[in-house]
Design a protein. Structure first.
Ligand SMILES: [Zn+2]
Length: 181
C-alpha cells in the first residue's frame, strides 16, 4: 500500500545510505512528491517549506515508532496530529465522470499548510481505518522502511520484492555455508 505519510517517513533512509542526501532538502524531490500526490498546485516550494516538512517528518516518525512499539499514541502526539489536520479544511464536489459519479475533496484555501494537512491526514486515515498490527518495519536491516502489510495472513516481513529476494538469497547462502561446515 503506497502511502503519502510513509513516503515522507521513509525519505530519511537516504540520509544514511549512499549517495547520502536528504530528499526533504531537495526541491526537485519534493516537487516530484507533490506531483505524485496531486498537491502541486499549492505554490512554489520554498526553503522554509523544506524545514517545515522535515519537522513534520520527525513528528510522524515519532508517532509511527510509538505505534510500532505497541503503545497508544500519546496525548501530545494526538493533539499535534489534530493541529496539522486543522490546516486542511475542505469541501466536497460532486462530478459526473465518464459513466459514474465521483465525490472529490477540494481545499477551501491553497498554500503549503494544505500540503502539511494532507500528509498528516494520510497517517490519521491509516490508523483510523486499518489494522495497526499490520504497520511494520522491513526486516531487511539495511532497509528498515515502514510499510503496511496488506498480505492475506499478515505474514509479510519486507517492504517490497527487492528486500524480500535480497533476504531470501542471504538466508540461502548462510544455510549453504552452515551445510559446508
Ligand atoms: Zn525493505
Amino acid at each position: 500500500m503506497d502511502l503519502m505519510c510513509f513516503e515522507i517517513i521513509n525519505s530519511s533512509w537516504h540520509i544514511t545510505h549512499e549517495p547520502f542526501f536528504d530528499p526533504l532538502q531537495d526541491k526537485r524531490w519534493v516537487a516530484d512528491f507533490l506531483k505524485k500526490w496531486g498537491l502541486e498546485n499549492h505554490g512554489p516550494v520554498e526553503s522554509s517549506h523544506l524545514d517545515r516538512l522535515a519537522a513534520l517528518r520527525s513528528f510522524l516518525t515519532a508517532a509511527a515508532q510509538e505505534l510500532l512499539s505497541g503503545a497508544v499514541l500519546s496525548e501530545k502526539h494526538i493533539s499535534e496530529m489534530n493541529r496539522y489536520l486543522a490546516l486542511d479544511p475542505y469541501y466536497h464536489v460532486l462530478q459526473f465522470e465518464a459513466d459514474r459519479y465521483a465525490l472529490h475533496k477540494e481545499p477551501t484555501t491553497t498554500g503549503w499548510h494544505v500540503v502539511e494537512g494532507r500528509i498528516v491526514h494520510s497517517f490519521a486515515q491509516l490508523i483510523d481505518r486499518f489494522d495497526l498490527k499490520r504497520i511494520k518495519l522491513c526486516e531487511n536491516p539495511e532497509c528498515r522502511w515502514i510499510f503496511y502489510d496488506a498480505s492475506k495472513n499478515a505474514s509479510r516481513c519486507w517492504c517490497g520484492n527487492t528486500c524480500a529476494s535480497l533476504i531470501k538469497v542471504r538466508r540461502f547462502r548462510s544455510r549453504q555455508k552452515e551445510n559446508r561446515v
